[in-house]
Design a binder for this molecule. Structure first.
Ligand SMILES: NC(=O)c1ccc[n+]([C@@H]2O[C@H](COP(=O)([O-])OP(=O)(O)OC[C@H]3O[C@@H](n4cnc5c(N)ncnc54)[C@H](OP(=O)(O)O)[C@@H]3O)[C@@H](O)[C@H]2O)c1
Length: 223
């Protein structure tokens, strides 16, 4: 069973599609009895349930965090002990800048803060550069979409990558959780056409793999 913390745009899109793929899911929320949550359960179908955040986390080996960065300390406190579990971090540590575009709200990233707060959890940054409307239906983009993955545990990244593939997304592993700061920066770029009212210029990230350096001395970064 997969816990999804947050029943907003991302939590709902992930929940509906994962349940449709026959995954059992539990929405972790502040008030599982709330009318909109009851309605969401009806819409998600028999594979879904709702519970308080700590109960949802205790019941699952994979937990997807789809809540705002501003709620992160609340959520991390409510989750309880998630040692050994895969924690999928969808969040972006962003805030509105003076020019109306996003700036980082963290000196590092939400992903790194989460891993530091839950050191024995296997935090994987994923889905954070993919819009909720694309998660809901990747086909609307008319082409492939990549979810980049960052995390310290390779088997957890593989597990999350498999899930992303099931959801119709391609994946690229970009290394350890410290790379989350760049992925969260990419989400600021992703939002730019929307924030500037240029929806026709909206884009998706698609990373094509396959370049193989021909040099035998290996790859050397520029100084
Ligand atoms: N929207 C996107 O396209 C998109 C794409 C990539 C990544 N993200 C990231 O995904 C995260 C969620 O975005 P969203 O657009 O889905 O947000 P949203 O629609 O505003 O939904 C946020 C959800 O978080 C819940 N929440 C807030 N504080 C909480 C707390 N202390 N305890 C439990 N639940 C809490 C809210 O519950 P209530 O209803 O009870 O307030 C709501 O269900 C953000 O970090 C965002 O950066 C979003």
């Amino acid at each position: 069973m997969i816990a999804i913390l947050g029943t907003g745009r991302m939590g709902t899109a992930l929940g509906l599609n994962l349940a449709a793929l026959s995954h059992k899911i539990v929405y972790g929320c502040r008030d599982p009895q709330r009318t909109d949550i009851v309605d969401l359960l009806k819409k998600t179908g028999g594979n879904a349930s709702a519970a308080a955040v700590d109960q949802a986390c205790a019941a699952c080996d994979m937990i997807i965090i789809a809540t705002p960065y501003s709620s992160m300390s609340d959520i991390l406190g409510a989750m309880g002990n998630v040692g050994g579990k895969t924690v999928v971090d969808v969040t972006n540590a962003l805030k509105m800048g003076e020019d109306g575009l996003m700036v980082m709200a963290s000196d590092s990233s939400a992903g790194e803060e989460m891993q530091a707060a839950k050191p024995t959890a296997k935090v994987v940054k994923a889905f954070n550069t993919v819009g909720f409307h694309v998660i809901a239906n990747p086909k609307i983009t008319g082409g492939p979409v990549t979810s980049l993955l960052a995390g310290n545990d390779d088997s957890a990244k593989k597990e999350v990558g498999d899930l992303a593939n099931q959801l119709g997304l391609e994946t690229v592993d970009v290394g350890p959780i410290r790379q989350a700061q760049y992925l969260e920066g990419m989400s600021a770029l992703y939002l730019t056409p929307y924030l500037q009212g240029r929806r026709d210029d909206a884009f998706e990230y698609y990373l094509r793999t396959g370049s193989k350096p021909v040099e035998s001395k290996g790859t050397r970064p520029a100084g």
